[in-house]
Design a binder for this molecule. Structure first.
Ligand code: NAI
Ligand code: MG
Length: 337
C-alpha cells in the first residue's frame, strides 16, 4: 500500500528542489500517494490566500507532509505560513541535524542535532506596534510565552531522540541569566526532565551567546542541543554554516497532529528559476520523512546517496563550489540511490 502524503512544492527554488527530491525517492522505490497542494506566494497567486483550506485539510487527512520553502513578506504582509502550520498542527519539535558531509572544510567532525521548541517563545505572534504620537515616537513590543508543559514536551522529545539515536548528551541552551522568568522556566524544566535520564544521557546547559561562540570554535563538543524557538532558529542556521551552508541542512517539524519535513533554508529568490539550487537539504528532509514512517533503511540509503554523489562522484552545485545544475545533481543521487 502506498502511503498518502501532502506535497507542497513551495515558492522560489521550492519546485526545483522538490522535483529533484521526487526523482530520487522514485529511484529508491519509495512510493507515496502525493496530494499536491499550494502554500505561500504561489497560493496567493493561485487561490488568493497564503494558506488555503484545501492545504490544511490535506495535512489533516494525511498527517504527513513534504514541504518546499514558502516566501514570507518581511515587515508587513501576511503572517508566516510556516509559523501558522506549526501552530495549527502543534508541531512542537523542530529537529535539525547538522553533519559534516563535504571534506576539506574547516570542521570535519560536526555531528550535532538541534531540537528547537517550535510553538512558543518569541513566535507566538504577539508582536505589535503602538500608534501613539507619530513616527518619531514609534514603539513596538514583542511578547515571549514559555510554558512548563511546552518546555517539558520538547525537552522530553530531545532526550528520547538522543536515546533512540545513540547520542550521549543533551545541552539545554538558554539566556536564564537575563530572561530569568521565561528562559529560566525552560532551563528549570529541562533540568527536571534530565533527571529521568541520569546515567543514560548526560545533560549540561549553556547560555546562548556562549553557545554561538563555542559552536564556531569547537562544534564537536555538542551532541544534541535543545532550546527555545528563536535561539533554535538562529543557532541552526549557524550550525548549517559550519558544514557547507543551508543547501545541506534538513529539518523535521514533529507534532501531535502531523509531521512536516522541509529544508532549513528559504525560497532563495536570488537564484530561483536558474536550475542551480542545491536540492540536498530537501532530499535529506525526505530521508527524515522516511525514518519517520518506519522506512529507516531507505532513509539511510538516501543519505548515503547524497553523500556519495557529493564526496565520491564530486557532483556539486555552485553553493558547494561546483558547477552541477540541480538536475545533474539529482541524476547523480538517483544513480547512487
Ligand atoms: P534563504 O534561505 O532563502 O537564502 C539565503 C541564502 O542562501 C541565499 O543567498 C540563497 O541563494 C542561499 N540558498 C538557500 N537555499 C539554497 C539552496 N538550496 N541552494 C543554494 N543556495 C541556497 O533565506 P532568505 O533569503 O532570508 O529568505 C528568502 C525567503 O524564504 C523569505 O521570504 C523567507 O521568509 C523565506 N523562508 C522560508 C522558510 C521556510 O519556508 N521554511 C525558511 C526560511 C526563510
Ligand atoms: Mg530560520
Amino acid at each position: 500500500m502506498t502511503r498518502a502524503a501532502t506535497l507542497i512544492p513551495g515558492d522560489g527554488i521550492g519546485p526545483e528542489i522538490t522535483a529533484a527530491t521526487l526523482q530520487v525517492l522514485d529511484a529508491l522505490g519509495m512510493r507515496f500517494d502525493w496530494d499536491e497542494q499550494y502554500g505561500g506566494m504561489t497560493a496567493v497567486d493561485k487561490a488568493g490566500t497564503p494558506l488555503p483550506n484545501a492545504t490544511l485539510d490535506s495535512i489533516r487527512r494525511t498527517h504527513l507532509c513534504l514541504k518546499g520553502p514558502l516566501t514570507t513578506p518581511v515587515g508587513g504582509g501576511y503572517r508566516s505560513v510556516n509559523v501558522t502550520l506549526r501552530q495549527e498542527f502543534d508541531l512542537y519539535a523542530n529537529v535539525r541535524p547538522t553533519k559534516t558531509i563535504v571534506p576539506g572544510g574547516r570542521f570535519q567532525h560536526v555531528d550535532l542535532v538541534i531540537v528547537r521548541e517550535n510553538t512558543e517563545g518569541m513566535y507566538v505572534g504577539l508582536d505589535h506596534t503602538f500608534r501613539i504620537g507619530g513616527e518619531r515616537r514609534a514603539m513596538a513590543q514583542a511578547m515571549s510565552i514559555i510554558t512548563r508543559a511546552g518546555s517539558e514536551r520538547v525537552c522530553r522529545y530531545a532526550f528520547e531522540y538522543a536515546k533512540a539515536h545513540g547520542r550521549k548528551k543533551v545541552t539545554i541552551v538558554h539566556k536564564a541569566n537575563i530572561l530569568k522568568a521565561t528562559s529560566g522556566l525552560f532551563l528549570d524544566t529541562g533540568k527536571r526532565v534530565a533527571e529521568a535520564y541520569a546515567g543514560t544521557i548526560a545533560c549540561d546547559d549553556k547560555i546562548v551567546d556562549n553557545t554561538a561562540m563555542q559552536l564556531v570554535i569547537r562544534p564537536d563538543q555538542f551532541d544534541v542541543i535543545v532550546t527555545t524557538n528563536l535561539f533554535g532558529d538562529i543557532l541552526s542556521d549557524l550550525a548549517a554554516g559550519l558544514v557547507g551552508g543551508l543547501g545541506l541542512a534538513p529539518g523535521a517539524n514533529i507534532g501531535t497532529a502531523a509531521a512536516i519535513f522541509e529544508a532549513v533554508h528559504g525560497s532563495a529568490p536570488d537564484i530561483a528559476g536558474q536550475g542551480i539550487a542545491n536540492p540536498s537539504a530537501q532530499m535529506l528532509a525526505a530521508a527524515m520523512m522516511l525514518d519517520h514512517v518506519g522506512e529507516g533503511q531507505a532513509g539511510n540509503r538516501l543519505r548515503g546517496a547524497v553523500e556519495t554523489a557529493i564526496v565520491k562522484d564530486n557532483v556539486r552545485t555552485k553553493d558547494l563550489g561546483g558547477s552541477a545544475t540541480t538536475a545533474e545533481f539529482a541524476r547523480a543521487v538517483a544513480h547512487r540511490a
